[in-house]
Write a protein of this length. Sequence first.
Length: 394
Amino acid sequence: MLLARKRPERLVPEYSLTGDLLSFRRCARQYRYQNGSSLPPSRPVQLWYGEFIHGVLENAYRLWESSEGALTFPLPYERITLTDPIAEPPAGLSPHDVRNLGWPVEQALLHQNKRARSRAARSAAYRRAEATLNMLGPYLFPLIAQAEERVLGTRAVPNAGAEQFRAERYALHGVIDVLTEIELTEAATDNLIRHAVQEQCPGLTGEFEVIVDYKGSRRPRVDSSEWQDGAWQVQTYAWLRHQQRRSRRVAAGILIYINELAPGDADIGLIRTDMNLGRTDVEPTRDSDRRMLENWRPGSRADLSADFRFARAIRVIPVDEESIAEATSAFDETVANIERRVKLEAEAVSILQTWNDDCDDRKTCAACDFRYFCDGYLRNGNPAGAEDLIEDEI
């Protein structure tokens, strides 16, 4: 009896848009240690913050959905002293209190060894969750058609055959919230989300969708790689959405920068710096906000108007075929760069030689467990108290 020769295994590497591609673009070497070697950060403070905010928003939306819109805003938020996250939330709180929405999220993250860096950072996360729910919830929740929608698609790896990569295609996946044309047109004319979309995308007609992603950070400078990567992320999410059955055309994406709704000292100082240097696309329209920023001193209170904070938190990015092609091509090249380094490392080139220490973000360096043997950490200044930069951000 003749036996067929065993065919070589066909490998299709999987990449997460945020967990892999954006992570690699931020710092190739940190990405290699954390993703390639499965070495999780010992103090995943930035990871905790982002997942906590996402979890609280998801809990609140599910509660709003189950009540068929009867959940009323503003949600209560008792400003009590936070206790150990392992303990039960304080008795006597309203079931809809932000503390009760956040507590199960903290428990789930704690089981993954993810916790806040300090009590101050934890309090700041709750404060921002409360601001996000009460400032955005009444406008955003009625528009969501599908929450936490998983999207998946496959693409060709550029130049895979010529360079003999391990695969010719790769799988790309992500998670998005989806707003549809039906919900947008039925929303009240004073809905701020609807107004923001129509302002950036005038004349939208036919059936379409808008995708949403939350960023646990401040609004980036317009001249930064983070600003460009955010736009490319939205466009690539749109491409992924188009690969799913029964999906409509994606007309726009919305990035929501959570920190802008309840900015801390570091955020306010950077807003003022970006304004002075012309590095932001959103400046105050009210004289009171402008004077507040000009006269603000660290540690003092900054009563910025809700309109200004909302405008800085919401970034609407129009989507079309040309912009999608540009973004997906950029991420295809990112995958090729990763695959090129995987191949080089397999040829016995060391990690330090193969995976560049090309990070230019001091907060990323400060949070990195591998910084002490990385030239990039020293190149970024290694300032006294560098680790406090993380806490200032959140």
